[in-house]
Design a protein. Structure first.
Length: 137
């Protein structure tokens, strides 16, 4: 008796959204249909503060970024995306080159709402409105 004969075959259900999208019905880009083929990444966001922090701690940002395998202009735009693995490698190189084990904590202290992108910018605008209303009261 074969093992495959004794097991019930698992039923595979088709995802109607993915099927419609693949047929061109939804206009969804292919990279969104197959996220498993994409490397996990994050927006640059607050990582844009790394070069200035490196300079303050006496390290050359271009050297550190090159040693981590990044172009020097990668952190110039907060909307750029960087793979998580590369972010970890960059933070490690930053800590090693500055001899500052708490480099990532110092970086976190510099975070602002604007680093979150559109949600952060909207929040800043709302906070400004609230302050203006309270200031007039």
């Amino acid at each position: 008796m074969r093992i495959s004969d004794t097991r019930a075959k698992a039923s595979v259900t088709k995802d109607p959204f993915r099927s419609a999208a693949q047929s061109g019905g939804l206009g969804v880009p292919d990279e969104q249909l197959h996220p498993e083929t994409q490397e996990a990444s994050q927006r640059v966001g607050m990582l844009a503060e790394i070069p200035s922090l490196l300079r303050e701690l006496g390290a050359d940002p271009s050297e550190v970024m090159a040693s981590a395998g990044l172009d020097t202009d990668t952190l110039d735009t907060m909307e750029n995306r960087i793979p998580f693995v590369t972010v970890g490698r960059l933070l490690q190189h930053c800590a090693m080159n500055t001899r500052c084990q708490h480099f990532a904590l110092l970086l976190g202290q510099r975070s602002r709402l604007s680093h979150l992108g559109l949600p952060g910018q909207s929040s800043e605008a709302l906070i400004d409105q609230i302050i203006n209303v309270w200031g007039k009261a």
